[in-house]
Design a protein. Structure first.
Ligand code: 1GP
Length: 254
């Protein structure tokens, strides 16, 4: 699948460890769904959430965003349109480079070496489909350059973030993403709290090819509008979808 970012301004982050609202019709107005969380996520609950959304709204693209390779399987790769893998600039080494090299080491091994390797289900996929599956798999993986700005969030604790970036540093990370690292997505992450427009304004100055996402604490039309006007290509709304679907509808741009 190729993804056209034009027209994507509202993204819903669905936490697979939380129950979906009884009525998920609020998703009708969202442009893309990311399935991922930082606590109690498993391959099974990820797959269940992806399938529930894809079956109800087949035209909405769905990303899986794992924080561990244990969450990725042949089924999740096939059920999701893309697997988005965070690279956390202000995280520990494991979360900027370590986990990715481990993942691609598994992906790049010859199929026969993958049987019984650390990513058994991915290995099984490659063994069953042949070397072409390596290309299929890498084509479905998207890197996301992340800056995690809320130290109290599970995302920060999980990825070893112990200091936030100044807006100048956010701008620097954005410039590096655009011109050096080449991740297709730059993500300003305030998970659980509203960070305001400053970091988005700083990052937007340098991003042309890169898609700029902001997530964290959006629970009103005013906040959604403020972030989009600051230069984000899309806002990501998470908690509000699970906690208050009616208010969530207000975050969707008209
Ligand atoms: C979390 O950026 C998302 O990864 C959304 O944040 O849950 O605070 O809306 P909220």
């Amino acid at each position: 699948m190729t993804l056209d970012w034009d027209g994507i301004s509202h993204i819903t982050k669905v936490d697979p460890a939380k129950p979906l609202p009884a009525d998920i019709s609020a998703l009708e107005g969202t442009d893309l769904v990311i399935v991922g969380g930082s606590d109690d996520v498993t391959e099974a609950n990820t797959l269940e959430a992806i399938r529930a959304i894809a079956e109800t709204y087949p035209s909405i693209p769905v990303f899986q965003e794992p924080y561990s390779s244990d969450h990725v399987s042949r089924e999740t790769i096939e059920a999701a349109d893309f697997v988005a893998v965070p690279a956390v600039y202000n995280g520990d080494r494991d979360h900027f480079v370590g986990k990715h090299v481990d993942l691609f080491t598994e992906v790049g091994r010859a199929p026969e070496d993958l049987l019984g390797a650390g990513l058994p289900i991915v290995g099984d996929l490659i063994a069953s489909k042949g070397v072409d599956a390596i290309a299929d798999l890498t084509a479905s993986l998207i890197g996301e350059g992340y800056v995690v700005q809320h130290l109290e969030s599970t995302a920060a604790v999980t990825s070893g973030v112990d200091t936030t970036y100044t807006s100048d540093q956010v701008a620097g990370a954005a410039l590096a993403t655009e011109t050096f690292y080449g991740f297709p997505i730059f993500y300003v992450e305030y998970s659980g709290t509203y960070g305001g427009p400053e970091d988005v304004e700083a990052a937007a100055r340098y991003l042309e090819e890169t898609t700029l996402l902001y997530g964290g604490g959006i629970d009103s039309r005013e906040k959604a509008t403020e972030i989009l006007e600051a230069g984000a290509d899309a806002i990501v709304v998470g908690d509000c979808f699970h906690d208050d679907p009616e208010t969530f509808r207000e975050t969707i741009p008209e």
